[in-house]
Design a protein around this ligand. Sequence first.
Ligand code: NAP
Length: 292
Amino acid sequence: MIVPGTSRLGGVIGWPVAHSLSPRLHGHWLAEYGIDGAYVPLPVRPFALGSALEGLRDAGFRGVNVTVPHKEAAYAVAGICDQAAGLLGAANLLLFGDGGFEARNSDAEGLAASLMAELGAKGLDGANVVLLGAGGAARAAILACASLKANAVCVLNRSPRRAAILVEALRPRINIALASGGLDEWPRVAADALLLIHATPAGMKGAGAAPAAAPLVDVAALPAAAAVCDLVYNPLETPLLTAARARGLAIIDGLGMLLHQAAPAFEALYGVRPRVTLALRAELESVLRDKP
Ligand code: NAP
């Protein structure tokens, strides 16, 4: 691949970053739209974030996507941010400008778009949602549910205190009913939920995590009309989604969120709003199938 001096430069910083699907994703769009650009994986150790960002900006990069473990630190170094990054306290995109760094976060927008694509026009209107996990992805999921006009989100976490802290932090800032508890409350809250969102790494393979043998909760407690969304996308079908499928529930995997959160970043870096197509999804599915 030849990268001429005129190319628009972008990339993704993380540690580690070799597992990231973003170079493949953005590379697909650069080729599809015939854009003179390049998008590269950038392994940056946590202590080197500041110097790496300065260097990339000085070397002419337009900006970078940001993944684990840099999302919060990247937000902290930015002088300005969009509303979602401000609410999440984390950035998944940093844009480099003359005035400094601009933090953006499209995780919630990406999940909302994925849910809309799968659930149809009614989306989450008036629905009760149960959310498992209280980390950064769960925070983005709450924003997504609020943007889709869900009625309420009940956040259940292994550590109930962390779920309570998350809910207390967001309650004054967004317009949706929020409750919290421990995983033991699942049977009680599942009965009137129309969507379960799983936002913990349980069931994920790679990055040293062994796939969990059993889902964190029993999907038998959900109504027959409920859907189950897992933010984990490797494997594409997690034990939780397998159990939901076996029960006849609608399932939504984490790849949709990944694809849709990337579209606004690509537009910011390269000036074209890309389409999330079946061909793109099929390409990434085949990459995931080959991953250890
Ligand atoms: P995080 O900030 O580290 O949050 C971890 C959360 O998961 C915490 O609430 C933690 O509970 C809980 N947890 C961890 N291991 C657990 C286990 N074995 N059993 C029960 N609970 C467990 O992680 P994150 O950034 O929110 O990411 C969560 C998942 O979402 C990851 O798998 C990530 O790959 C995925 N994700 C996907 C996308 C996408 O585009 N599809 C985007 C972002 C994230 P405690 O508080 O009790 O420790």
